[in-house]
Design a binder for this molecule. Structure first.
Ligand SMILES: NC(=O)c1ccc[n+]([C@@H]2O[C@H](COP(=O)([O-])OP(=O)(O)OC[C@H]3O[C@@H](n4cnc5c(N)ncnc54)[C@H](OP(=O)(O)O)[C@@H]3O)[C@@H](O)[C@H]2O)c1
Length: 331
């Protein structure tokens, strides 16, 4: 596994991390024992950036089930990984609230520490931004957690370039976690250049497009009733087939390189910039191996350009998330 430094912090992580979200919710049935086994196998494959959040795995899937699962998986292995979790996005039943208040943040970190069975969080992100709370107060509160030794580094998620710059001026921001993939390119115009300039890493979530870029999800019929992709615009009938036709263009390059389209999607992100770290989520051991092996794929600049052009943003059918979810993001 190759190693990348997040921002200019000195925090070293595997070039491909592990998103744990799908082990507790969102992609159908969750199996905690299998999730724990998958996390441990990922660590054996050198994946050291372990990503979770209090909002992954809410009732009826358990109260912050994903952080608890990560805590159990890391028993005896805590020191060999970088644990990233978040605050600011609260789920209660079907309601979702963006709470950036200092009191909530201080409570949330202590709850995360308890669930994660650790005395510090390596990377602590603001999951969503609520503009009603002044950014100085929000980042100031998070900075106090660094000073208290509860948190080592700070990150943001799904914020715009103004928030990124302003927050970085208050306390160094180590990483911005936002959706970025061959299918979701909205970071490229403003955010990526600003992140490069500021020395902020981009942790790319949904790097394989929630499975769309793997070419393996060809119909909604096989998905479980609670799979979030049943609601995702790009997976809707009529859209899915047209988006899969775009993925076929990626397959042409994958065949030339000798890898899967999922691996190529990850290798493309790694080739775009040294400051990018994708965090694919998987529940399958063979996908852990496949994703980890993507670090060894070296793409020529011609192949990167070919992939840049294989899927033009305006050709992708459907928004990258539901309207309700997008309304909570700044981008
Ligand atoms: N900051 C935020 O707001 C935010 C939002 C969403 C997610 N995230 C983080 O980002 C992580 C990843 O995002 P995501 O789960 O939304 O999307 P993703 O990683 O693009 O897609 C996950 C899906 O792709 C499949 N998959 C992964 N590798 C595969 C492979 N090699 N071949 C075939 N299928 C593969 C998985 O199925 P299998 O289980 O079958 O492999 C799963 O259904 C999450 O776990 C979470 O930690 C953050």
């Amino acid at each position: 596994m190759q190693i990348r430094e997040l921002g200019e912090s000195g925090l070293k992580v595997s070039a491909i991390g592990l998103g744990c979200m799908g082990m507790s919710e969102f992609y159908g049935r969750a199996d905690e024992a299998a999730g724990i086994h998958t996390i441990r196998r990922a660590i054996d494959h050198g994946m050291t950036l372990i990503d979770t959040a209090p909002s992954f795995g809410a009732p009826p899937y358990g109260e912050s089930a994903n952080e608890r699962l990560v805590g159990r998986a890391l028993r005896g292995r805590r020191d060999s990984v970088v644990v990233a979790t978040k605050c600011g996005f609260v789920r209660s039943g079907n309601d979702r609230v963006v709470d950036n208040s200092p009191g909530y943040i201080r409570r949330s970190v202590d709850e995360s520490l308890r669930r994660l069975e650790t005395d510090h969080i390596d990377l602590y992100y603001l999951h969503r931004r609520n503009p009603d709370v002044p950014l100085e107060e929000v980042i100031g509160t998070m900075k106090s957690l660094v000073q208290a030794g509860k948190v080592r580094y700070l990150g943001l998620s799904e914020v715009n370039v103004e928030t990124l710059r302003q927050a970085h001026g208050i306390h160094p921001i180590t990483a911005l976690q936002s959706e970025y993939s061959l299918l979701s390119r909205h970071l490229e115009d403003e955010i990526l250049p600003a992140a490069q300039e500021l020395g902020v890493s981009v942790v790319a979530y949904a790097p394989v497009g929630r499975g769309l870029l793997t070419g393996e999800v060809t119909t909604l019929d096989g998905l479980e009733p609670n799979d979030l992709r049943r609601l995702q615009p790009r997976f809707q009938n009529g859209n899915l087939g047209r988006n899969l036709a775009l993925v076929e263009r990626v397959r042409t390059v994958a065949e030339e390189v000798g890898c899967t389209t999922a691996q190529l999607a990850l290798a493309w992100l790694l080739a775009k910039d040294d400051g990018i770290v994708p965090i694919p989520s998987t529940t399958r051991l063979r996908h852990i191996e496949e994703n980890a092996a993507a670090v060894d794929i070296v793409l020529s600049s011609r192949q990167v350009k070919e992939l840049d052009e294989a899927i033009r943003p305006d050709e992708v059918i459907g928004d990258r998330n539901t309207a309700a979810s997008l309304a909570l993001m700044e981008l």
